[in-house]
Design a protein around this ligand. Structure first.
Ligand code: GH3
Ligand code: MG
Ligand code: MG
Length: 305
């Protein structure tokens, strides 16, 4: 290599090496030596497999691409806890055959670190956007999105989906008796207990508004949804949060469950509204039945109502 080029490569910020078809290092610069933790003069003629960077898999795939007349797309790798962008070029001999490859490794750890922090911040923001601040369960916006998504999936895949509308009993009286702050705390505890009572990962609870919650149970028969609702009701009653203004003496919830099958789900928008209306009616019946109860119904949508 001309001395001027050697000086340039020695001082370059990128790690550089020249590798032959056998995977042996032909030339390396000091950045590459630093990356491997060995002095430059020890590296020439070493097999790249010993260094681990770049991998032999990368070297082989680069030769395969160049032999086919293609380019090697830039890759990102992690080595020694750092991120590198790898560019590879083929070096032809006098006959035009690629006999060795030049590998450039650019340290992009700073940029990748920032990208990861940004991704994590975006994930947190997305989660905050979907969650209810007070109770930590998903919010109404996420409920609407989930219900529509699940309704479309139901129409596509068949089966039955159920929704449970949950309402804390006599909650106005709770606030009146214990104050709004205690009311807030109570709602958070109730939400947590209800969430823990949902055993299937597909079942999800949302804060619908005020002291009302909604449970979405995809691919669940009405009978199974009733069991889930019963478990949720028991979980809240089991907290035994004192409520001096009710016949039970502790905080309870009433739940209305509504089921819908794939045929009705085809009328997606109406189906979502109707499902909630039917669940609401079942909820009123549970309230009328003395509260701390579960009631249910099936919902059918004919596309007109
Ligand atoms: P029912 O058994 O018929 O549901 O009676 P209820 O008292 O629970 O129903 P009502 O709709 O009369 O009252 C709901 C109460 O829930 C009134 C409202 O102040 C309270 N509430 C709604 N959201 C919150 C909240 O975020 N924090 C607190 N502390 N109270 C809330
Ligand atoms: Mg209510
Ligand atoms: Mg209520």
């Amino acid at each position: 290599m001309p001395p001027a080029f050697e000086a340039i490569f020695a001082r370059a910020f990128v790690a550089f090496c020249l590798i032959d078809r056998e995977g042996r290092l032909r030339t390396v610069n000091s950045q590459y030596a630093r990356l491997t933790g060995r002095p430059t003069n020890e590296l020439v003629c070493c097999h790249v497999g010993e260094m681990g960077v770049p991998s032999m898999e990368l070297v082989n795939s680069a030769f395969t691409l160049f032999d086919a007349g293609e380019k090697f797309p830039e890759r990102e790798i992690i080595h020694g806890g750092k991120d590198y962008a790898i560019s590879v070029f083929g070096l032809p001999n006098a006959c035009g055959d690629i006999t060795s490859i030049c590998v450039f490794m650019r340290d992009i750890s700073m940029r990748k670190g920032l990208e990861r922090r940004l991704e994590a911040a975006n994930r947190t923001l997305e989660e905050m956007n979907a969650k209810d601040y007070l109770t930590g369960v998903f919010n109404r916006r996420h409920f609407d999105e989930t219900l529509h998504k699940e309704m479309a999936r139901l129409a596509r895949e068949g089966g039955v989906m159920c929704v449970g509308m949950v309402d804390v009993d006599n909650f106005k009286l709770y606030n009146d008796a214990y104050g709004h702050l205690a009311g807030d705390e109570c709602l958070a505890r109730v939400a947590k207990a209800m969430g823990a009572a949902l055993l299937r990962p597909a079942d999800e609870i949302f804060r619908y508004g005020g002291e009302e919650f909604a449970i979405v149970m995809p691919q669940t028969s009405k009978e199974n949804a009733l069991n889930v609702a019963e478990r949720v009701r028991e979980a809240v009653a089991g907290l035994r949060i004192p409520h001096c203004q009710t016949a039970y003496g502790f905080v309870t919830v009433s739940i209305g469950v509504a089921g819908i099958d794939a045929t009705s789900a085809r009328f997606a928008h109406q189906a979502c509204e109707k499902l909630i209306r039917v669940a609401d009616k079942a909820l009123y019946r549970a309230k009328d039945g003395g509260r701390n109860k579960v009631d249910s119904d099936m919902c059918s949508v004919d596309g007109i109502s």
